[in-house]
Design a protein around this ligand. Structure first.
Ligand code: SF4
Length: 257
C-alpha cells in the first residue's frame, strides 16, 4: 500500500456511527461488512435508527477511515458486500464516493447502498461510475404518513424517489425493494403509491426482489415517535396478507422472497 494512497484515505471525512465487520442480517441471504453513516433528510416516525439519523453526538463521530479499511482488509474474504447504510448515506455523497472508489480498487467485494432514494442525481452518478452493485430501498407509502415531513416537502421528495427508481430500473443492478407494512394507514393511498412506484420496475433492466417488512414498534423496539408507533406499528398477519394480496393483484406476487 503506497503512502500517497494512505494520505488520500486519511483526507476522507465521513460522519458515522461505526461498522460491523461481519453481518448476516443486513442483506438478504448475503454476508456484509456494514457501515452506518449519520444524518438523514427524512423523519420517518417509525425509524428505529432515529438517533443516528439525527446525528446524535453520543453515537456519531468522524470515522477513522484508515481503521475502517484495515478492518475490511481482514473481513473482505468472508463477505459478499461492503454495505453502506444509515441514516441516509447519500447525504455525504462527496466523501462517500471517494471511499467507494478506494474499496472498489482494493477489494474483491461487491458494494451495496441502503438509501431512501431521494437523491436521484447522486444515485445516477454512483451507477455511471460503476461504484455500486446493489441497492436496498423502501417503498414508504403513503409518503405523507411515512416520511414524517410537511405536505409540500413530502410530495417533492416522493417525486425525487420516483425519479431515482426510474434511474435504477434502467441499470443492470440488483435491487431489494422492501415494503414497510403498518396498520391503520390509508389502504387506498398506500395501494395507489405502491403501484406508482412498482410500475416503474415493469420491464426493468435491474434484477429485483420484494421483501414484506412488518414494522415493529413498542414494546418490541423503540421508534422515533412512540405515539404514532402505538397506532401504526406491529401489524397483524392479516395486515401482511392484505399487502401480499395487493402485490399479487398487480402481478408481482412472484417477486416476493
Ligand atoms: S429514511 Fe431511514 S434512516 Fe431516514 S428517517 Fe427514514 S427510516 Fe430513518
Amino acid at each position: 500500500m503506497d503512502s500517497s494512497y494512505l494520505e488520500d484515505l486519511s483526507k476522507i471525512v465521513l460522519y458515522g456511527a461505526g461498522w460491523k465487520s461481519i453481518s448476516l442480517v443486513d442483506i438478504f441471504k448475503k454476508v456484509a461488512f456494514t457501515l452506518w453513516l449519520c444524518g438523514c433528510n427524512l423523519k420517518c416516525p417509525f425509524c428505529h435508527n432515529y438517533r443516528l439519523a439525527e446525528s446524535c453526538p453520543e453515537l456519531c463521530k468522524n470515522l477513522d477511515v484508515n481503521a475502517l479499511i484495515g478492518k475490511l482488509n481482514v473481513s473482505s474474504r468472508y463477505v459478499d458486500y461492503f454495505f453502506v447504510s444509515g441514516g441516509e448515506p447519500l447525504l455525504q455523497f462527496r466523501e462517500l464516493i471517494k471511499l467507494l472508489a478506494h474499496v472498489k480498487r482494493l477489494f474483491d467485494v461487491r458494494i451495496g447502498v441502503n438509501t431512501n432514494l431521494t437523491f436521484p442525481k447522486e444515485i445516477r452518478d454512483l451507477l455511471e461510475r460503476n461504484l455500486i452493485d446493489f441497492i436496498a430501498i423502501d417503498v414508504k407509502a403513503p409518503h405523507s404518513e411515512l416520511y414524517g415531513l410537511t405536505g409540500k416537502e413530502s410530495e417533492r421528495l416522493w417525486k425525487e424517489y420516483l425519479k431515482g427508481l426510474k434511474i435504477v430500473s434502467e441499470r443492470q443492478i440488483l435491487l431489494e425493494v422492501r415494503v414497510p407494512i403498518l396498520k391503520e394507514v390509508d389502504v387506498k393511498e398506500f395501494k395507489s403509491e405502491l403501484k406508482d412506484a412498482l410500475y416503474i420496475l415493469e420491464g426493468a433492466e435491474c434484477e429485483y426482489y420484494i421483501r414484506l417488512n412488518p414494522i415493529l414498534g413498542p414494546p418490541y423496539t423503540i421508534t422515533r415517535n412512540s405515539l404514532w408507533a402505538q397506532k401504526h406499528c406491529n401489524p397483524s398477519s392479516k395486515d401482511v396478507e392484505v399487502v401480499r394480496g395487493i402485490l399479487v393483484e398487480i402481478g408481482l406476487g412472484d417477486k416476493i422472497v
